[in-house]
Design a protein around this ligand. Structure first.
Ligand code: KIV
Length: 267
């Protein structure tokens, strides 16, 4: 197994043209499997609001939710870079609160870096977080906390003016010092242009193949998604059916008396 991944490795991988792999995780067992499989970075995304808590968007996630699950994931992770996500309302109010919340994600949640959504409007807060020594991952495009402004989970940056704003935002985030930028649900040509115009890595989700790395929600690749299924998802397993089959077998065996058997009992 390779050494611990740090933000410096992200930069090296971009320079070496080695694709960066990132997945979300929210629990100890899944994070353990993901880390052991060699994924470069684990994001405890605020997507936990949908995957773990069953909300239909990410707006209700609290800092406590994020801290608790980041902490659980941190106990499993040895190699991957662990990124905590600042949920809606934990930034954008005043810089003091933002820095305090980022600090808690690191101090209590054991995150090694934090992510927050937004472009030019976040620069001052990002600089303050960096000033206390916390690496920041930017996130632009279809930023899910803006779902009510976007009128749903819709692809962003299709119009020329909006595409220009996203390109400028990416450059401003780079200038501010973020170590990488998530590009979510934007046209592949725009993602390619952004990737070629910044020196830091871009991590795509629904942004095509030219990004420096890719991130997906673990539940989506495992077939555990019960909500929106965007086109960019690729399902690599069908865990839903495996769990369902196991539960049905347990039900059947308890009902017919074949579980527990002699093997599962004490003398
Ligand atoms: O919350 C999340 O999981 C995310 C990633 C999908 C980028 O923001």
């Amino acid at each position: 197994m390779q050494d611990k991944v740090t933000v410096k490795d992200f930069q090296r991988m971009k320079e070496d043209k080695e694709k960066i792999t990132m997945l979300t995780s929210y629990t100890y067992p899944i994070a353990k499997i993901v880390d052991d499989a060699g994924i470069d970075s684990i994001l405890v995304g605020d997507s936990l609001g949908m995957t773990i808590l069953g909300h239909n968007n990410t707006l209700k996630v609290t800092l406590e939710n994020s801290i608790m699950l980041t902490q659980a994931v941190s106990r499993a992770v040895n190699r991957a870079l662990l990124i905590g996500d600042l949920p809606f309302g934990t930034y954008g109010i005043n810089s003091f609160e933002t820095v305090k919340n980022a600090y808690r994600l690191v101090k209590e949640g054991n995150a090694e870096a934090v992510k927050l959504e937004g472009g030019r409007e976040r620069i001052k807060e990002i600089e303050k977080i960096l000033n206390i020594g916390i690496p920041v991952l930017g996130h632009i495009g279809l930023t899910p906390t803006y779902v009510n402004i976007f009128g749903g989970f819709k692809v962003q940056g299709r119009e020329e003016k909006q595409a220009q704003i996203l390109l400028e935002d990416a450059k401003m985030l780079e200038e501010a010092g973020v170590f990488a930028i998530v590009l979510e649900s934007i046209p592949w040509k725009l993602a390619k242009k952004i990737t070629e115009n910044v020196t830091i890595p871009t991590i795509g989700i629904g942004a095509g193949e030219y990004c420096d790395g890719q991130v997906l929600v673990i539940d989506d690749i495992l077939g555990l998604n019960f909500q929106v299924k965007p086109r960019f998802i690729k399902q690599y397993a069908n865990i839903k059916d495996i769990i369902s089959e196991a539960v049905k077998n347990y039900y059947k065996e308890v009902k017919n008396g074949s579980f527990p058997s002699e093997e599962q009992r004490y003398d």
